[in-house]
Design a protein around this ligand. Structure first.
Ligand SMILES: [Zn+2]
Ligand SMILES: [Zn+2]
Length: 148
C-alpha cells in the first residue's frame, strides 16, 4: 500500500497528495448548500492539515463570505472540468477540507459522521452506531467522531 493518498479532479489537471497510508475519515453533509453545490444527495468531506496537502496544477480560486460576514471560505477546483477539489475556511485556520469523492480510492472511504441529517433523502440509511446530527454538530462532538 502506498504511503501517499492521492486524488484530483476529473480531467487530471489538478492533482493532490496527502500522507498515508490510511485514508482520511469522511463525513457526509446533507445540507441544502451541499446538495446544491454537488448536485447530489450529500457532500463527502474529510479534514486534513493544510500543510500536509500537496497540490499540483493550478486550481481555480473561488472565495465566498458567509451570509453573516463572519467567515471567508476559499474554494479551490479545476477550471477545465469544474470539479471542486478542496477548500479552506477562516473559521478553521490551518485545516483543509477535501471533497472526499475526488480521492482516487474514494470507493474505500468510510463515512464516520453525518450532519444536517434532517435533510437526508429517503432511501439513504445511516447505519446504527454512526453519529448523526439533525443540523450542524457541536465542534467538540464532531471532532471526537472524526478522530475516533
Ligand atoms: Zn480538471
Ligand atoms: Zn453541507
Amino acid at each position: 500500500m502506498s504511503a501517499t493518498i492521492e486524488g484530483g479532479c476529473r480531467c487530471g489537471a489538478v492533482r493532490y497528495a496527502i500522507p498515508g497510508p490510511d485514508l482520511p475519515r469522511t463525513y457526509a453533509c446533507h445540507c441544502l448548500t451541499c446538495q446544491t453545490w454537488t448536485g447530489s444527495a450529500f457532500s463527502l468531506q474529510c479534514v486534513v492539515p493544510e500543510a500536509a496537502l500537496e497540490v499540483t496544477g493550478t486550481p481555480h480560486l473561488y472565495e465566498r463570505v458567509s451570509d453573516d460576514g463572519a467567515r471567508l471560505s476559499r474554494q479551490r477546483g479545476c477550471a477545465q472540468c469544474m470539479t471542486r477539489v478542496y477548500n479552506t475556511n477562516s473559521a478553521r485556520p490551518g485545516m483543509a477540507v477535501i471533497r472526499a469523492g475526488t480521492l482516487d480510492r474514494s470507493d474505500e472511504l468510510k463515512i464516520v459522521a453525518h450532519i444536517w441529517a434532517k435533510r437526508k433523502l429517503d432511501g439513504i440509511e445511516i447505519p446504527a452506531g454512526i453519529p448523526a446530527w439533525p443540523e450542524g454538530a457541536p465542534p467538540a462532538e464532531f471532532m471526537a467522531a472524526m478522530m475516533k
